[in-house]
Design a protein around this ligand. Structure first.
Ligand SMILES: Cc1cc2nc3c(=O)[nH]c(=O)nc-3n(C[C@H](O)[C@H](O)[C@H](O)COP(=O)(O)O)c2cc1C
Length: 821
């Protein structure tokens, strides 16, 4: 023990503020230890800035607000905290009291508040966990030896810790002059209780950090953490909006805005000053916490008003420990919480969630960014140059580039045979036919007693947002799909892509909502989720397609991590990209899983009406409980130039006062701000095509379905000719190492090749062999599919397929290692 007095000696009259705790703690602590705790890096400018930023804040008192009992409680990562306040990770609480982190956790637990436990905790995770029921998170420093880090994480997980907080601002420890001057060494009995005792000298924190910590971490460490643990991951030490965007793009569950209490980069901004810009960038997409300089309840409120969901308290916790052990910590926390309640009441803030920037007076001049700040330009010089880093992160996401890249390659090599586009075969389109379709729809309106003026309006004016032709679509779904849904539950959209965007926007309310997708997966849905900052979790498809049990496992994992699996996206028939089809039993089981967990199913099935043979019922037709939102497209079954799709959303939406609407009504509201309405001419053309066949598209498309079936057969025959024994029915792995599946319909199949099929390989294939395909890795939301390609055969005539598979075979053989078998 390095405190001067008995740490739990009577503490006299209770300090009235956290500042008084600091004063008392100082008199009880060894000066070297005190400097270690209190000091910052360099000239301690950032350390001072943390406090100065709070000193500048002025809160706006509001009167007669009726706020008697403000609600301080806060939910973070699915767990309720009694107040938006937790304990920051601090090394070696045992420096201040032998009970160390155990005393801290007991005090925080009694106050209903969480603790972030440092990698360098002085007490074991198991003992700490025994002391509290409140959430414990592990602060992770990543060691050069990942095995050490992994074992630390696994130990914390076993002890019941609920999240990982990766500290990202310490590739090396800051130059702390006080420690250098004091030649600070930890007393011999102060050691990290959860790290290996042998082989490491922990006595000098800076020397230890230099030799043991990984100084070269990059963003890939997030994926590594995800692979190491199922716990949610936060990053601590973010100070710029750019890094916050990167963190979100890397899939973190939370961000701690922090300059490490001024202990790292001297000259970095105050945490509070950095917070507002980061909160604007984050826009609620993940949990946002802040630490650094928080010393009063008003500081907590100012942090919430600047966009934080919660704050972490650092040094004051150690002061409480030094003064009164666990009791001291409890009192420090009570002071902060009590002052917060008081500040909320005096500003008329009814709940922590309602704290916003209206609580703050305009920032004092010192807080304003300098005029030359590049991050917030006030004017743009001509020509305007925008930094990509300032744009929404989705524009830098490779998913949004996949289509462009394929189009570019197809354009660059016009003579290549392209197995890339999922387009319908053009020989079935008749230019004149489209006029007949429109005429037929107008006659249909007239037959329904629409006046010539009403028909003119329907065609020429803005139309109803939910669509003109909902009744025609509803009739078609009833006669053809056995899907008995009211026209009011349908919204006609600009392709199924718009339907995806509307549905995702409506259903996903906050960062806790997660979209599950079959993986590999159509990029339209993952791209739309990316635009809307919706986290996506893959459910791996097996050889026979999606297993409902795997969906259930994924749902449970998300629930356990405090997230809400909101919906599962699937193409059950002849899927894009693999061509797989779910069995009838699997459909039923998937509906059972959805019912058990309140999971919505987003069913997308554009290929069934252009596939030969009897189709299985859609999930929507089997759905008795309105669990399925059905996304429809006429791009394959009528023609893609119309860009007409639709969504069936018959789910009931109930508001607080008990009033009800359909999900379709809510989608129409969103659509009114996206495309206003789907073009009437396009709707008329599609409706005319439906009316021509009494709504039975399968009849209309029988010749096309036959053509696609034959194209599939030719593709499979050609593959077999060039790579005998590679089909799904051959049990042996053939020597050439090429395998493929044999879908029952649709536009696609998947081929496994014995080399990495990436963009470089694709360029070589297009340039040197004149054949284009799609790397399957495009369709994996996370890693996967590196040695697979997607072949689309729908757009090509049989002779082009033969030619193309011949070229593909030559390319594959050239690429394959000699020992491919
Ligand atoms: C003595 C001490 C030890 C710390 N140890 C750690 C640590 O192990 N891991 C970490 O991420 N941050 C550590 N920090 C930084 C804190 O988590 C936090 O960012 C900072 O203390 C907040 O500022 P405040 O002390 O002004 O409240 C430490 C800070 C201090 C003062």
């Amino acid at each position: 023990m390095t405190g001067r007095d008995q740490p739990t000696a009577p503490i006299g009259p209770l300090p009235l503020s956290i500042a008084e705790y600091a004063e008392r703690a100082r008199s009880r602590t060894d000066p070297g230890v005190w400097d270690f705790i209190e000091g910052g890096a360099g000239g301690e400018r950032t350390l001072a800035a943390n406090r100065e930023a709070f000193e500048r804040v002025r809160l706006r008192p509001r009167v007669l607000t009726g706020t008697a009992e403000p609600d301080l409680s806060t939910t973070i990562l699915g767990r309720r905290w009694a107040a938006p306040l937790g304990v920051a990770p601090l090394a070696y609480h045992t420096l201040m009291h032998p009970d160390g982190e155990v005393a801290t956790a007991r005090a925080a637990g009694a106050a209903g508040l969480p603790v972030v436990v440092s990698t360098f905790a002085g007490r074991s995770f198991e003992d700490i966990a025994q002391a509290t029921d409140s959430p414990l998170w592990l602060q992770v420093y990543c060691f050069r030896d990942r095995g050490t880090t992994l074992r630390l994480i696994q130990r914390a997980e076993r002890a019941g810790f609920e999240a990982l907080v990766l500290t990202v601002d310490t590739p090396r420890l800051g130059r702390r002059l006080r420690d250098l001057r004091n030649e600070f060494r930890l007393p011999p009995h102060i050691t990290p209780a959860n790290l290996p005792a042998e082989g490491a000298d922990y006595s000098s924190p800076s020397a230890h950090s230099r030799t043991e910590m990984d100084p070269g971490l990059d963003w890939s460490v997030i994926a590594w953490l995800r692979s190491a643990s199922r716990l949610p991951v936060l990053v601590k030490g973010i100070l710029t909006a750019e890094d916050a965007e990167r963190a979100i793009a890397a899939g973190v569950d939370g961000i701690v805005v922090s300059n490490h209490g001024g202990r790292q980069l001297d000259g970095a901004p105050a945490a509070l000053d950095a917070l507002a810009g980061i909160a604007t960038a984050v826009r609620g997409r993940c949990a946002l916490l802040v630490d650094g300089g928080v010393r009063t309840g008003a500081d907590v409120l100012a942090s919430l008003a600047s966009g934080a969901d919660a704050v972490l308290l650092g040094r004051p916790v150690l002061h409480g420990l030094a003064v009164g052990g666990g009791d001291g910590v409890r009192h420090v926390l009570d002071l902060a919480v009590g002052e917060l309640a008081e500040a909320m009441s005096l500003t008329g803030t009814p709940s922590a969630a309602r704290a916003d920037s209206a609580l703050l007076t305009a920032p004092a001049p010192a807080a304003a960014p300098p005029a030359s700040s590049p991050a917030v330009p006030t004017t743009l010089s001509a020509p305007a140059v925008l930094r990509r880093a300032d744009l929404h992160a989705s524009v830098s996401d490779p998913v949004l580039d996949t289509m462009n890249f394929l189009n570019e390659i197809t354009g660059r090599f016009p003579d290549a045979v392209s197995f890339a586009p999922g387009r319908p075969y053009e020989e079935f389109f008749e230019t004149e036919e489209v006029f007949g379709h429109i005429r037929r729809y107008l006659d249909h309106l007239a037959a329904g007693h629409a006046s010539p003026e009403a028909i003119r309006t329907a065609l020429y004016q803005y139309g109803p947002t939910a669509g003109l032709i909902r009744d025609v679509i509803a009739d078609s779904l009833r006669v053809e799909e056995g899907m008995d849904v009211p026209a009011a539950s349908i919204v006609v959209t600009v392709g199924a892509q718009e339907a995806m965007l509307l549905v995702l926007r409506a259903l996903f309310a906050g960062p806790q909502d997660v979209l599950l997708v079959a993986s590999p997966c159509y990029v339209g849905i993952t791209g739309a989720a990316r635009l809307l900052d919706i986290p996506v979790r893959p459910v791996e498809e097996r050889a026979g397609g999606i297993e409902p049990a795997d969906v259930e496992t994924a749902v449970r994992a998300e629930l356990a991590a405090g997230r809400r699996p909101r919906a599962f996206y699937i193409v059950p028939d002849h899927s894009n990209p693999t061509g797989s089809t779910m069995s009838r039993e699997a459909r039923q089981e998937l509906l059972d899983v959805a019912r058990r967990y309140g999971l919505l199913l987003l069913e997308d099935s554009p290929y069934r009406m252009v596939s030969a043979g009897r189709q299985l019922p859609t999930l929507k037709a089997l759905d008795q409980d309105r669990l399925v939102v059905h996304l429809g497209s006429y791009s394959k079954s009528v023609f893609p130039g119309a860009r007409v799709g639709f969504v069936v959303a018959d789910q009931i939406v109930r508001n607080e006062s008990g009033g009800e609407s359909l999900l379709a009504d809510e989608l129409a509201k969103i659509k009114s701000m996206v495309t206003v309405n789907t073009p009437a001419l396009s709707q008329a053309a599609v409706a005319g095509a439906l009316l021509a066949v009494g709504g039975r598209l399968a009849d209309r498309n029988a010749p096309a379905a036959k053509h696609y079936g034959e194209a599939l057969r030719v593709t499979l025959d050609q593959l077999e000719k060039h790579f005998p024994g590679g089909g799904p029915e051959s049990p042996e792995r053939p020597a050439h190492g090429v395998r493929w599946n044999a879908p029952s319909g649709g536009f696609f199949l998947s081929v496994r090749v014995p080399f990495t099929a990436d963009n470089t390989a694709l360029l070589r294939s297009a340039g040197e062999h004149g054949v284009v395909w799609t790397p399957m890795s495009y369709f994996y939301p996370e890693a996967g599919g590196d040695r697979e390609i997607r072949l689309s055969f729908s757009y090509l005539g049989h002779d082009r397929i033969e030619e193309g598979i011949g070229r593909l075979a030559a390319f594959i053989r050239e690429q394959s290692p000699a020992d491919a078998g």
